[in-house]
Design a protein around this ligand. Structure first.
Ligand code: PRP
Length: 217
């Protein structure tokens, strides 16, 4: 469980953590130790404010939060959906905006329309499965990849991909296009279900301070 009296955050290493820390400053929470870009440390503590930060890989953030070793987590909606962990999603932080889409060559449009048995490559097999099976009622074969998913339809591994589209340039440079939109994405704040009850006031105050800061942006 969390260190007593401390509020523990699990942040997604990299750009998302940097942006989250900037936002947390609006709620008076800071951690100067983390500003050292060269550090390899993974845990940071602000004794004065009784806050701790873990720097984790995105998909592990909901895990730390579900198990209660972190009270609060910040990661992408894509990761939250894919991991399907038990936690409360409390705030849309507005940054890291992009879309989860079904993409492929123009020729795949017809396969989608006719609900053909197609092959779908994705880093997000759960999101892809939910979209095709539950939302579209289309039986598909899902192939899990770990990155550079755009290769799938180019080399003939799959008909389409389910992937994140931000600027669209990766698709364009590889002759692919958005065929269907699955959902909009952005960074979200999640809270452990027990922490939400036990630390209710502290967490609620934090959420409203952050929501206010986001409105002013
Ligand atoms: C992501 C995503 C797309 C690309 C989309 O990949 O999977 O490939 O970014 O961005 P764009 O629309 O702005 O081109 P990422 O860079 O995280 O690497 P990966 O392919 O190894 O997952």
């Amino acid at each position: 469980m969390s260190m007593e009296g401390y509020l523990t955050f699990a942040l997604t290493k990299g750009r998302l953590a940097d942006k989250t820390l900037k936002l947390l400053e609006h709620a008076g929470i800071s951690c100067t130790e983390m500003e050292d870009k060269d550090t390899r440390k993974l845990i940071f503590v602000n004794e004065e404010q009784k806050v701790r930060f873990f720097l984790a890989k995105g998909p592990d953030v909901p895990t730390y939060v579900e198990y209660g070793v972190a009270d609060i987590g910040v990661t992408g909606k894509d990761t939250i959906l894919e991991e399907g962990r038990r936690c409360f999603e409390v705030l849309d932080l507005g940054f890291g905006k992009c879309r989860m889409c079904v993409c492929g060559p123009e020729s795949a449009r017809e396969l989608l329309e006719h609900h053909e048995m197609i092959r779908v490559a994705s880093k997000y097999p759960n999101i892809a499965r939910d979209y095709f099976y539950n939302r579209k009622g289309q039986t598909v074969d899902i192939i899990k990849l770990n990155g550079s998913v755009e290769l799938g339809p180019i080399v003939g591994l799959s008909d389409v991909i389910v992937d994140i589209v931000e600027t669209g340039s990766t698709l364009k440079e590889n002759g692919l296009m958005v065929l269907e939109e699955v959902c909009p994405l952005s960074a979200r704040m999640i809270v452990n279900q027990v922490s939400m009850r036990m630390e209710n006031e502290r967490i609620r105050r934090l959420i409203s301070q952050l929501a206010e800061a986001l409105e002013k942006e």
